[in-house]
Design a binder for this molecule. Structure first.
Ligand SMILES: *Cc1c(COP(=O)(O)O)cnc(C)c1O
Length: 357
């Protein structure tokens, strides 16, 4: 059975070049956490030769990259959480975010080699980061701390940048720059993909593109092609059954879809066991033989059902695309009440991954 995810590495490199062109004076930390948003972290890292650095969330991800001979700077976005992890950071020369008091204390108490850090400021998202009013105090401690390379860098992260009309983003930029009045620093980092493409005020020494590298628009109500981004993952499968059903027949678990007319239904070998979202609604778009048709009924673990009324000649084994080339993942995500990030991260290891360049 050929349920597969084809990963187009040249599309990923193209998307990085879009990030670089949008902010030509900034360097790029290509964000490849969560297995490169489901695309395969090591393969993506090896193909992004133009990235200036890589960003991951967990220390295990950083170690995996080093063990795969990735020598570029790696930024650990959530930092370390024990002396042991701090030693791994040192051993593998990983740059680390410091966002809380206990991380700072670990560094102050530790006797090892100095590490390169970027201090995260909470400019309004209220997830990770020091509050701006703590910074004066923290800055004094940073200066005294022998375990930290100087000068220290600073960063912040946006909560609402996916909405170009939300003024929260400009407020966060203001709060961030105001808080820097209290510290000495050399380099800073603010922008994620939405910042890079929609908020030029946020471009800084280091930008942090994530979702855009995978060919997805970071904005609500927008598509990749609006920004000249190309989809990297194409998820595909095949028809495994084609059959006529009668008006009034109910299809799939729970019989939630009842045929309004006699029609032809195709069964596709993909389901939530592969990462296709169970909450995709009847009407969600699916490409069969390159032509759009609609999902009908509930998504099962291994299968979905599609309405083939417009394609009476479709046959078992015909190709089906769930998202990617020819079908925007943003559209599928919306139809499943989620975001493309989650769909991409959720493709399971039953799916065969194939890399093309
Ligand atoms: C995930 C992440 C990014 C990338 O965000 P996108 O919206 O995918 O571009 C940037 N910065 C931080 C701190 C992140 O956690």
């Amino acid at each position: 059975m050929t349920t597969k995810a084809v990963i187009d590495l040249s599309a990923c490199r193209h998307n990085l070049s879009v990030a670089k062109q949008a902010a030509p004076d900034s360097k790029c930390i290509a964000i490849i956490k969560a297995n490169a948003y489901g695309h395969g972290m090591v393969q993506i890292a090896k193909s992004l030769t133009d990235a200036d650095a890589f960003g991951v969330a967990r220390i295990e991800e950083a170690v995996t990259l080093r063990e795969a001979d990735i020598t570029k700077p790696i930024l650990l976005l959530e930092g370390f959480f024990s002396e042991e992890e701090l030693n791994i950071v040192r051993k593998h020369k990983i740059d680390t975010v410091i966002h809380n008091e206990s991380q700072l204390q670990l560094l102050e108490q530790s006797r090892g080699e100095a590490v390169s850090v970027i201090i995260k400021i909470d400019s309004g998202m209220h997830r990770l980061g020091f509050s701006p009013k703590e910074l004066k105090n923290i800055s004094q401690r940073l200066e005294k701390c022998a375990g930290i390379n100087k000068p220290v860098k600073f960063m912040t992260h946006f909560s609402n940048a996916d909405d170009k009309h939300d003024e929260k983003t400009l407020k966060q930029i203001d709060v961030f720059f105001q808080s820097l009045d209290d510290v000495s620093y050399d380099e800073i980092s603010i922008a994620n993909s939405a910042g890079i493409l929609g908020w030029p005020q946020s471009h800084a020494n280091w930008n942090r593109p994530g979702i855009m590298l995978y060919g997805v628009s970071p904005f609500i109500n927008a598509k990749a092609e609006d920004h000249n981004l190309k989809p990297v993952m194409t998820l595909s499968s095949q028809l495994i059954s084609v059959k006529p059903v009668k008006k009034g027949d109910a299809i799939g678990y729970g019989g939630t879809y009842v045929c309004e007319k006699d029609m032809i239904v195709g069964i596709v070998a993909i389901g939530y066991g592969d990462g296709y979202p169970r909450h995709a609604k009847t009407g969600s778009p699916v490409l069969v033989n390159g032509k759009r048709c609609s999902l009908v009924g509930r998504v099962s673990m291994d299968m979905i059902c599609v309405d083939l009324s417009e394609q009476p000649d479709a046959n078992v084994n015909d190709p089906v695309i769930l998202w990617g080339k020819g079908l925007a993942i943003e559209e599928v995500a919306e139809s499943a009440d989620t975001i493309a990030y989650e769909l991409l991260c959720g493709v399971t290891n039953r799916v065969e991954f194939k890399y093309i360049d």
